[in-house]
Ligand binder design. Structure first.
Ligand code: LLP
Length: 426
């Protein structure tokens, strides 16, 4: 939970604003983002990684306001599609502070990025080397690029979000020589300036050892490039993936601990190889955007399925939080609109979509006197919820409000049925 308080009547207060007031003014489901908490987490990363670059990974949550907070706190921004790039540019993010990812960037996306002058583009395939070289030549400019390598590290996380093992779509494997080949090709491309290497092992990781092994392997490769090709690369980006606490069993990694460990590994490896120490970068998304966000829902029905459990249905579901259905993600939630002395009732928090997999929290203790009209909030939904939201069953996507110092501001307005119909031209 972000820094919250409870009024005497039990109402939850976030950023100085009561959730009942927010729900009345902006309706539900509602994403509520504690702006100060978001900024503080961004600052923590900037401080822990002082002397390195921190690219906030916009895929976790990107709105114009969020992009501005990130830049104001001294971070840079990682985007991974033309759409994310458009939001960043519309927010006024200086292009040189943007890094662009993607395993299948289109020619259009590359052109837009090169024209805008994004700081660096992370190369993910041989096809992309040719495509970007052609675009840069056509624009008569040079693009700074990193090459994404895969280190063979098996990150201990859900299969769908692990990215450094061999059998997946991202990057160039170190083990097969693919990475070395990519380096040679980029060096031979006259309009590409190879500034460094990139590695991202996966997401929602709690164990530092995966990051450490990856850092060691990629630094050794940096040394090989230096020895074999006489090229000194100035940047090393170790990606994102730091886990957060969704439930009390999760022990999140501290930015300072990971910063100290990675910096010293890279320094040691470089000293041993007689190599100048590159500038480090990291790309946290979830660790900054996740914890400060909550989703507020209104309870619609409370159904006791005799002898099994109680199903509590709320007015959103898998369209505003697909993570439970997709990854078996765990969340916690609670009654936030009032106090209750009633005993705990084992509940399943479910949405209003037309399938039984539409579950937000599998097992949750809610007060036994829960009734329609109560507000329930789910914690740590700031990352990968709005950004992965859909219109399944033609539910309009919720609004997001930023709360700070007792004031609430809509940063993404709620979709309307007119919005949905506007796209349906047939
Ligand atoms: N950098 C790269 C290259 C990435 O692919 C990602 C995440 C990040 C940074 C940021 O990772 P983070 O610090 O947020 O873990 N939808 C999934 C997560 C997918 C992550 C994809 N890449 C989920 O909801 O868990």
């Amino acid at each position: 939970w972000p820094a919250t308080a409870r009024r005497e009547d039990g109402e939850l207060v976030v950023g100085g604003v009561g959730v009942r007031e927010l729900a009345d003014a902006h309706r539900t489901p509602l994403f509520v983002m504690d702006e100060e908490d978001f900024r503080a987490r961004a600052r923590d990363y900037a401080t822990a990684f002082a002397g390195s670059d921190v690219y906030y990974a916009g895929k976790a949550l990107l709105t114009k306001a969020v992009a501005r907070w990130v830049i104001e706190e001294g971070l840079k921004l990682d985007v991974c599609s033309g759409g994310e790039l458009a939001v960043a540019l519309a927010a006024g993010v200086p292009a040189e502070r943007i890094g662009m990812h993607g395993n299948n960037k289109s020619e259009r996306e590359l052109r837009r990025a090169a024209e805008a002058g994004v700081g660096r583009i992370i190369i993910d395939s041989l096809d992309e080397i040719e495509r970007l070289e052609a675009v840069a030549a056509d624009l008569d400019r040079t693009c700074a690029v990193l090459i994404r390598v895969t280190t063979g590290v098996e990150a201990h996380t859900h299969e769908f979000v692990a990215t450094a093992h061999d059998d997946q779509k991202f990057g160039f494997a170190l083990s097969t020589g693919a990475a070395a080949e990519a380096v040679r090709r980029v060096l031979a491309a006259p309009h590409l300036d190879l500034v460094g290497l990139h590695s991202h092992i996966g997401s929602q990781i709690f164990d530092t050892s995966g990051f450490e092994v990856a850092a060691r392997r990629v630094t050794r490769f940096l040394a090989d490039v230096h020895t074999d090709l006489g090229v000194t690369l100035a940047e090393l980006d170790l990606g994102g993936g730091l886990g957060i606490a969704y439930v009390s069993d999760d022990a999140p990694l501290d930015p300072k601990t990971i910063a100290d460990s990675l910096t010293s590994i890279v320094r040691r490896e470089c000293e041993e190889a007689g190599l100048p120490v590159p500038r480090l970068a990291v790309e946290p998304g979830r660790a900054i955007a996740g914890p400060p966000g909550i989703t507020v829902y209104e309870v619609g029905t409370v159904k006791d399925v005799e002898g099994i459990r109680t199903y509590v249905s709320v007015d959103g579901g898998m369209s505003d939080n697909i993570r439970t259905a997709l990854y078996g993600a765990q969340y916690t939630g609670r009654l936030v609109s009032r106090e209750s002395d009633a005993g705990p009732m084992l509940s399943r928090l479910v949405g209003k979509h037309c399938e039984s997999g539409d579950i937000i929290v599998h097992d949750l203790h809610l007060p036994a006197d829960l009734r329609p009209g109560d507000l329930v909030a789910v914690a740590a939904t700031g990352a990968y919820c709005l950004s992965m939201a859909s219109n399944y069953n033609h539910l309009p996507r919720p609004a997001m409000v930023a709360v700070r110092d007792g004031a609430a501001r809509v940063i993404v307005r709620r979709e309307t049925e007119e919005d949905l119909l506007r796209l349906d031209v047939g």
